[in-house]
Design a protein around this ligand. Structure first.
Ligand code: SF4
Length: 297
């Protein structure tokens, strides 16, 4: 008997295509599994045989994924003669699950922050949830700029298998966003002993004290599952910029804000006074190994 493949429709609004690129950078065998397990019915850049009109003809969609921020300004964005909001309102009523892929679709992201048009929003801000009768689960936010491809796959496969996924207070899957980018970072030992990185791109030092690393206050599993199976920002010597959080993007992202030389934000859940005491104690030790190059040339 032929196995039913859940239908995926992926729409794009105001976007740089970053999440599409991310999806296309999935581990190849995982991506193949996705294509074999789901009916990828429509994506503006991936599918070739279907159009928006075919999407509008569908009675039911299992998964509606949106990439990009939305605006109700009719002159701003049109696709196949449809204003994106009108289109989303029509298509969302057919969907069993709706996933906002990326920070822009989740809450407007970089466009909402920097565009003159203040009407730019996330998907859930423009839909009337009462009208989404087929929806089996609140709209899911996969925040990130871009999202890790595995987050898309994991969410789709979990919903296909279990028909539900546990969400946090921001409607993000808990199993993806429960930990911090700091967890699993190869620089944790430098963080503990307060040894700073001298600049970007080096293997040594922690990027929290000078370079603005947001790993200790950013919910993501980047450093546990890695990107392209091998790397992360912090492994490459670039600070985490906190792109999965709702205050992203912030200004001066590559600097650590300080008051009298002390980071104004301390790691999540840690009392500031306790953190400063620990910092003071750690700095009194000088561990030679941590002040040397990891690989001597
Ligand atoms: S570089 Fe960032 S994520 Fe890594 S240990 Fe330092 S603060 Fe944590």
């Amino acid at each position: 008997m032929k196995q039913y493949k859940p239908k995926i429709v992926w729409l794009q609004a105001i976007t740089c295509n970053g999440n599409t690129h991310s999806l296309l950078s999935s581990n190849p065998s995982r991506f193949e599994l996705l294509l074999n397990s789901f009916d990828f019915f429509y994506h503006p850049s991936i599918t070739t045989e279907t159009t928006i009109d075919n999407v509008l003809e569908l009675k039911e969609i299992d998964f509606l994924l949106l990439e990009g921020a939305v605006t109700s300004n009719e002159d701003f964005y049109k696709i196949s003669d449809n204003n994106i909001v009108k289109l989303l309102k029509k298509v969302s009523k057919k969907a069993k699950y709706i996933i906002s892929v990326g920070s822009c679709a989740s809450y407007g992201g970089i466009h909402a922050k920097f565009e003159q048009n203040s009407d730019i929003k996330g998907l859930k801000d423009i839909l009337n949830l009462e009208e989404l009768k087929k929806l089996k689960q609140p709209i899911i936010n996969l925040t990130g700029c871009p999202v890790h491809p595995e987050w898309i796959l994991q969410t789709l496969f979990t919903l296909k298998e279990y028909e539900t996924i546990s969400l946090d207070e921001y409607s993000r899957p808990k199993n993806i966003y429960f930990g911090l980018a700091h967890h699993g970072c190869t620089r944790n030992e430098y963080f503990e002993w307060k040894v700073e990185a001298k600049s970007f791109g080096h293997k040594e030092g922690c990027l929290f004290y000078e370079e603005g690393c947001r790993g200790p206050m950013t919910h993501s599993n980047c450093n546990r599952i890695l990107w392209n199976d091998v790397n992360t920002k912090t492994r490459a010597g670039m600070p985490c910029i906190g792109c999965t959080e709702f205050d992203f993007p912030r200004t001066n992202m590559l600097q650590t804000k300080k008051n009298i030389g002390i980071p104004s934000e301390v790691p999540l859940g840690i009392n500031k006074r306790a953190y400063l005491t620990l910092t003071g104690v750690a700095k009194t030790f000088k561990i030679d190994r941590l002040h040397k190059k990891l690989i001597e040339e």
